[in-house]
Design a protein around this ligand. Structure first.
Ligand SMILES: Cc1cc2nc3c(=O)[nH]c(=O)nc-3n(C[C@H](O)[C@H](O)[C@H](O)COP(=O)(O)OP(=O)(O)OC[C@H]3O[C@@H](n4cnc5c(N)ncnc54)[C@H](O)[C@@H]3O)c2cc1C
Length: 560
């Protein structure tokens, strides 16, 4: 049996930063990742990372913007800590070798981003995530770690009140393994593939959140799902907010710059929930363009000129040219909102600790919560690094004081036996089909606008899909890279999270941030200024609520 002091699951920015911190604290650290680390979704991040640097900006403004952006659901103590760490974190990444874009005077270049009172988003053209991931990877020195590459987390073993280790699946050889661990950091990233239209990579299936939930962790605020306003039509590839930060504008089919009506002060740079709702409303009320892939609006960059577009927005040019056949230097880009980010995740404190002893979480899989009901662009890359480091340190401290852990043969069998049965069934449900039906259900019933009847119907449908999942069949019998099997596991995870989203959204009878209920259009601070905590029960998710932490910022109506 394999054995380590600290096991970090996930090797995106959050996982790598956690691993580095745990290693620096002197622990023996292993990393488990279903993808090669550099293929993690962090590498797809385009627009940038926020930090209040320089005399004109202030950490307090960053804090205020984040609190306001969160629609007052973010925990203010966590946000204050987070924004204070921003400057040192970005400078550290620069010292680790991240090549950021520069201003003519040589200082770090900054661009405007949605919901920010100051242009504080630091970037590397429109490939910021990749630049950070490469810098961190080089700094990490993987030879100091054991890397279980292309291994999938299947189960956390929690016994005697604390974590004992994990059961994993080695994709390359098709075998299950046990890894004993004194502490585990879950940094498994996004869950966007629950939705059909999403900017997230195919691998973003929320595994870590579902596995933690199965093991008894509280999953927090999952009803808050962020839709990015500008995804390329049809493929839903992200067109970074940086495009609007650089001066891009949105127009409807009548040629009107419609954001003047929705956010008269900051127009296209209102926060994401506001801009997404504006686009959906324009299309629903007949002022959008229409085509074989549904309604859409135009994002115009042409007025910025070739030089700026091709240097600051290189990837956007490539994506538009290759995936939509249009040249943004000469033509508008057809866009429509797509799922982009999960504000919710495994509930943690500022140090990444969950309610399960020895289990920590960080990055998009976690919910601290700093994003509350709506995340500001540029705050998520920062979150992976700030809280990745915290979780890594805390996991190392915990492991240093923890006695030996124990796994049993039965722990592995409990995972392997039912999964093997999926392959021996003569007939049953096709995982790909269940996934498609789930994605359609999420789009239709838990999208940007929600109401009681839709949420009720959607939940019913997800529960029906979960029942069908019991009869899942894996056709591929091969041992090597059996993606049919891993896909099926991922579908199971996503269905579990889909149910939590519906249950939380149904219960929350208000509109706040990204959760917009047409039947409860107002924010209700008296009743709903609190976090939703979901715990796995025999009948499905059991909800409870915890208070939001306040420091200095009184709730106000949010206008942009
Ligand atoms: C297209 C796009 C653009 C974005 N742009 C920005 C931006 O400009 N600024 C910003 O702040 N944010 C941006 N975001 C959000 C931000 O990039 C992510 O929230 C963040 O990078 C997530 O990092 P992470 O380390 O938590 O997860 P990831 O980078 O996704 O890493 C997850 C890791 O977990 C591993 N993993 C997952 N499941 C398992 C399993 N079952 N077993 C083993 N390993 C597993 C994967 O192999 C991977 O290594 C963007 C997101 C997208 C999708």
């Amino acid at each position: 049996m394999l054995k380590h002091e600290v096991v970090v699951v996930g090797a995106g920015l959050a996982g790598q930063r956690a691993a580095l911190a745990a290693r620096e604290a002197g622990r023996d650290v292993a990393i488990v990742s279903k993808l090669h680390p550099l293929r993690s979704h962090s590498g797809a991040a385009q627009g940038g990372i926020n930090a209040a640097l320089g005399a004109e900006d202030s950490v307090d403004t960053h804090i205020y913007d984040t609190v306001k952006g969160s629609d007052y659901l973010g925990d203010q103590d966590a946000i204050e800590f987070f924004c204070r760490e921003a400057g040192p974190t970005v400078v550290e990444m620069e010292h680790f070798g991240t090549v950021f874009s520069r201003s003519p005077d040589g200082s770090l270049a900054r661009r405007a981003f949605g919901g920010a009172g100051f242009p504080r988003t630091i970037y590397a053209a429109d490939r910021t995530g990749l630049a950070l991931l490469q810098g961190l990877w080089e700094r990490l020195g993987i030879e100091q770690f054991t890397l279980y590459n292309e291994w999938d987390l299947m189960r956390l073993v929690v016994r005697d009140g604390r974590v004992q280790g994990l059961v994993v699946f080695d994709r390359i050889h098709g075998i299950f393994e046990e890894i004993a661990a004194k502490s585990v950091v879950l940094a498994t990233g996004p869950a966007g593939r629950i939705y059909g239209r999403t900017t997230n990579a195919h691998t973003c299936t929320g595994d870590g959140i579902a596995v933690a939930y199965d093991a008894g962790a509280f999953v927090k605020d999952m009803e808050f799902v962020q839709f990015h306003p500008t995804a390329l039509l049809e493929s839903s590839i992200l067109i970074t907010e940086g495009a609007r930060g650089e001066g891009g504008i949105l127009k409807n089919a009548t040629g009107e710059r419609f954001m003047t009506r929705y956010a008269p002060h900051v127009l296209e740079l209102a926060s994401r929930d506001v801009v997404s709702r504006a686009i959906v409303t324009e299309v629903a009320e007949g002022r959008g363009f229409s085509g074989p892939y549904g309604g859409y609006v135009h994002l115009e960059l042409m007025h910025l000129g070739r030089e700026k577009i091709e240097s600051r927005l290189q990837e956007i040019c490539d994506f538009s040219r290759h995936f939509a056949g249009i040249d943004p230097v000469r033509e508008p880009i057809p866009v429509y909102p797509a799922q982009h980010y999960m504000m919710g995740g495994i509930g943690t404190n500022i140090r990444g600790a969950t309610n399960l002893a020895g289990v920590f979480a960080a990055g998009e899989a976690a919910c601290v919560s700093i994003h509350g009901a709506n995340r500001l662009g540029g705050n998520s890359l920062l979150e992976t690094l700030v809280f990745g480091q915290q979780a890594g340190k805390a996991a190392a401290e915990y492991a240093a004081g923890a006695p030996a852990t124990q796994l049993r043969a039965a722990d592995l069998e409990a995972v392997e036996t039912p999964l093997r049965a999926w392959s021996s069934r003569p007939d049953g449900e096709d995982p790909a089909r269940l996934r498609t039906e789930m994605q359609q259900t999420m789009e239709r019933y838990a999208g940007i606008y929600r109401n009681e009847a839709d949420l009720f119907e959607g939940l019913k449908r997800i529960r029906a899909l979960r029942a069908r999942f019991e009869r899942i069949r894996v056709v591929d019998a091969s041992k090597v890279y059996n993606l049919n099997l891993t896909d099926a596991v991922e579908v199971g995870h996503m269905l579990e999270l889909a149910e939590i989203i519906f249950v939380g959204a149904y219960a929350r009878t208000e509109s706040r941030g990204a959760h917009a209920r047409t039947d409860f259009p107002k924010r209700d601070d008296a009743k709903w200024m609190r976090h939703t905590m979901a715990e796995k029960g025999p009948e499905g998710p059991r909800l409870s609520y915890t208070p939001v932490a306040f420091t200095r910022w009184e709730p106000k109506e949010r206008v942009y």
